[in-house]
Design a protein around this ligand. Sequence first.
Ligand SMILES: Cc1cc2nc3c(=O)[nH]c(=O)nc-3n(C[C@H](O)[C@H](O)[C@H](O)COP(=O)(O)OP(=O)(O)OC[C@H]3O[C@@H](n4cnc5c(N)ncnc54)[C@H](O)[C@@H]3O)c2cc1C
Ligand SMILES: NC(=O)c1ccc[n+]([C@@H]2O[C@H](COP(=O)([O-])OP(=O)(O)OC[C@H]3O[C@@H](n4cnc5c(N)ncnc54)[C@H](O)[C@@H]3O)[C@@H](O)[C@H]2O)c1
Length: 456
Amino acid sequence: MKRYDDIIIGFGKGGKTLAGALAGSGRRVALIEQSAQMYGGTCINVACIPSKSLEHSARMSAAQGGSFADRAARYAQAIAKKRRLTAALRQKNLAKLQSAGVEVILGRAAFTGPQTLSVALPDGGIQQLQGGHIFINTGAQPNLPAIPGLKESRYTYTSQTLMELDALPAELVIIGGGYIGLEFASYYQNFGARVTVVQNTGDFMPREDAEVAAAVRQSLQDRGVQLLFGAQVQRVEDGPDAATVYLQQAGERRALSAQAVLVAVGRHPNTEGLGCERAGVALTDRGAVQVDEQLRTTAPGVWAMGDVAGGLQFTYISLDDSRIVKSQLLGDGGRTTQNRGAVPYSVFLDPPMARVGLTEQEAKDRGLSVQVARLPVAAIPKAQVLDQTTGLFKVVIEAASGRILGAHLFGAEAHELINIFKLAIDIGVPYTVLRDNIYTHPTMAEGIGDLLAAVR
Ligand SMILES: Cc1cc2nc3c(=O)[nH]c(=O)nc-3n(C[C@H](O)[C@H](O)[C@H](O)COP(=O)(O)OP(=O)(O)OC[C@H]3O[C@@H](n4cnc5c(N)ncnc54)[C@H](O)[C@@H]3O)c2cc1C
Ligand SMILES: NC(=O)c1ccc[n+]([C@@H]2O[C@H](COP(=O)([O-])OP(=O)(O)OC[C@H]3O[C@@H](n4cnc5c(N)ncnc54)[C@H](O)[C@@H]3O)[C@@H](O)[C@H]2O)c1
């Protein structure tokens, strides 16, 4: 039995960051990762970074235009570029941890008791480990709905496997209109595929501000993405060159041909086979590790971070989770999930949509009296310079205090600008501080001044 001060299961964002910090403080640390292709975790290998590399390549390709063959050639180059990028990052991530003194063990871990783990090694061997502290950072994986023929179809992809497809599909059907569904719709439409998104519920982006969601919807449709709502996929059937996706919408039957069918209906925490019950680590009814606001599990000395802990599935949440745990082990223990402030997010469409805080409706539902400002992106000089005039910026303000309650940005650089609003919300400054700030010119950021000058 090998003994460590700290053992991390999974090479995710939270795990690798915490591992480096703990090893740097002189502790004996092991990190267990089940796949050498996943050193560095989901984000850099199969999620955020490769998808945003494709997002960029797709926009460049759309600007160049040309025949389907031209576009398909550029798509294959984009996939090759993405592979080079992820391989380099994987290597860099491994080297960084090893040089920090973390022992990286390749194998699949499972609890055997409260502080003990077995690791199934690639050569078939088993290694037994004991840890003073154990941190679960095993991530999540895609849901696969029980649609007849879907699992068996050779045209079915997840976000991970689609990003390994070298041939640009002429027709792409996406099941699920959430983050992944809409982002991939935007990328593949730009690459030159004909994209249809099939969403089972009736609303488009139901959690977003209604005006901004309407602008996003219009933009996607103007770009040629077909959006089907209240549509139930009934079955998928393979043909020689394409699948047929049969669906029902408003009592009508439809059949869509697709060289690729992307399943993007959510992701569930990786707890299967982890043996949590043997360690006294309770799971929620959705299969996530149950944690408190300090990310402690129900077993003493065991924490969970990132997607597996059942919260928002973002890389920066996993990173922040590691800060919460680190503050207990190496700091004053003051950071919790309750005091990390507003959580912004971005959907990498073309242009992007980003949001932090409350929508106008959510604020009203809480009985708050609000002021609102709107600015069409076309009114910002830099948007004209960039030829990216699509979009709408909107902000929601508490009338009594002048504090910003929420920002909803759809337009060029929205994913960068939203971070300014996150800071303003957390600090609690009145909106006039951002309104009267000096911004460099010409930038999209100066649009914030114009937006806030329009508060009514
Ligand atoms: C297509 C896509 C795009 C995304 N884009 C963004 C984005 O732009 N921005 C953003 O913030 N988020 C994005 N996300 C979400 C983000 O990728 C995740 O929230 C984040 O990667 C989760 O990290 P984590 O720390 O929880 O663990 P992960 O990075 O998922 O790491 C878990 C690791 O544990 C390993 N593991 C699992 N079980 C075991 C075991 N038993 N033993 C040993 N190892 C094990 C896995 O192999 C994996 O490497 C995206 C997700 C997807 C799918
Ligand atoms: N930019 C980013 O930060 C980013 C990008 C991609 C993914 N992510 C993360 O990955 C997670 C997973 O993304 P996702 O898009 O898979 O999940 P999601 O929860 O965002 O969306 C899933 C969608 O699929 C729909 N759906 C469910 N079952 C369906 C069915 N049978 N037929 C049709 N539609 C169905 C749901 O109603 C929902 O709209 C997100 O929650 C997000 O945290 C983040």
